[in-house]
Design a binder for this molecule. Structure first.
Ligand SMILES: O=C(O)CCC(=O)C1=CC=C[C@@H](O)[C@@H]1C(=O)O
Ligand SMILES: [Mg+2]
Length: 339
């Protein structure tokens, strides 16, 4: 797909700031830049701390959505999990209620400033409320290897499908995985940051460091590229959100809908954690599933959630810098092709 010009992107770019219902990843407002192309809207919302190089695949993903559209789906809805942030056990029921009935729940653990007792209480409360749900926990790399093994021992009585990124690096993931197997534990190890933030997203698979890949369409450069990475990795994949508006979630749904196998519920129900959205018909779960359908962005909502002038300028500058990164890569690969 040829790179659209920066002028083309700027002519439709809108920047929104959407309040969260609960703090997630330390943020209370999620900002996103949306662009419109011939195939619809695309979302460019790399996390604020990501630099321009790391943001480049997010822009490629937005441009795929807006200029190329998505590959054909093999299913017409995808199962999703509820996502429980690092709240106290008393708040779990209220959080779960926002998702409606679901067959699976992902619970955040290892939050800075909390301890293992907080995690055990939160996960046990989820299990108490949903005796039959599949439960997974996400430590976002917050444990060391021995801490992870201790924590998983303590959490195991609640029944866990997998632990997402228990430790930060690939050798650590591999060590946790091997030790869990040695102990005869049924808990699988899933890699998220070790796929998303790694120069080589396939390294984790080559190192036998995970049983499951957590994939987000935007950081991997879009739906087609993510499908390719999953195919090459040869591991089961779970598609998860980047805490996007329904426009970005649409890309995750397209990815989950195109995967030949989808053994776990996906982390794509996060619009339920937000106070607003850019469409009247948000991609939120209906009976634990998200439908595979397009998103109708409303002007009135773009205005209601418009970011203030200084944040808008910040995002437009980021868009220009990231566009320059993609343009330079295109030039480099064109030069390589003719050499
Ligand atoms: O996977 C889910 O259930 C929801 C999405 C989710 O947890 C995340 C979304 C965005 C940023 C991440 O820190 C976080 C994750 O670690 O998976
Ligand atoms: Mg994660």
């Amino acid at each position: 797909m040829p790179l659209p010009s920066l002028e083309d992107l700027l002519s439709s770019a809108r920047v929104v700031s959407i309040p969260m219902r609960v703090k997630f990843r330390g943020v209370l407002h999620r900002e996103a830049l949306l662009v419109r192309g011939p195939a619809g809207w695309g979302e460019f919302s790399p996390f604020l701390e990501y630099d321009d190089d790391e943001s480049a695949p997010w822009l490629a993903s937005a441009l795929e959505a807006a200029w190329a559209g998505y590959p054909a789906p093999v299913r017409d809805s995808v199962p999703v999990n509820a996502t429980v942030p690092a709240v106290g056990p008393e708040a779990v029921e209220g959080v779960l209620a926002r998702f409606g009935p679901v067959g699976a729940v992902k619970v955040k653990v290892a939050e800075r400033g909390q301890d293992l007792r907080d995690d055990v209480a939160r996960v046990a409360e989820v299990r108490r409320l949903l005796p039959d749900a599949g439960i997974k926990v996400d430590a976002n790399g917050g444990w060391e290897v021995t801490e992870a093994l201790t924590a998983l021992d303590a959490l195991a009585p609640s029944g866990l499908q997998y632990v997402e990124q228990p430790v930060a690096d690939i050798p650590g993931l591999r060590a946790v995985r091997l030790e869990l197997r040695r102990r005869g534990s049924e808990i699988l190890v899933a890699a998220d940051e070790s796929v998303r933030r790694q120069e080589d997203p396939l390294l984790v698979a080559r190192e036998d460091a995970a049983d499951v890949l957590v994939v987000k369409a935007a950081p991997l450069g879009g739906v087609r590229r993510a499908l390719d990475i999953i195919r090459q990795a040869g591991l089961p994949a779970v598609v998860s959100s980047a805490l996007d508006t329904s426009v970005g979630i649409r890309s995750g749904v397209a990815l989950a809908a195109a995967l030949p196998d989808l053994p776990f519920a996906c982390g794509l129900a996060t619009v339920s954690l937000m106070e607003g959205d850019v469409t009247d018909a948000s991609l939120v779960p209906e009976g634990g599933r998200l439908p595979v359908r397009d998103v109708d962005v409303r002007e009135e909502r773009l205005l209601r959630f418009a970011a203030d002038g200084s944040r808008r300028s910040w995002w437009l500058e980021r868009l220009a810098r990231t566009h320059a990164v993609l343009a330079a890569r295109d030039r480099k690969s064109a030069a390589g092709d003719t050499e």
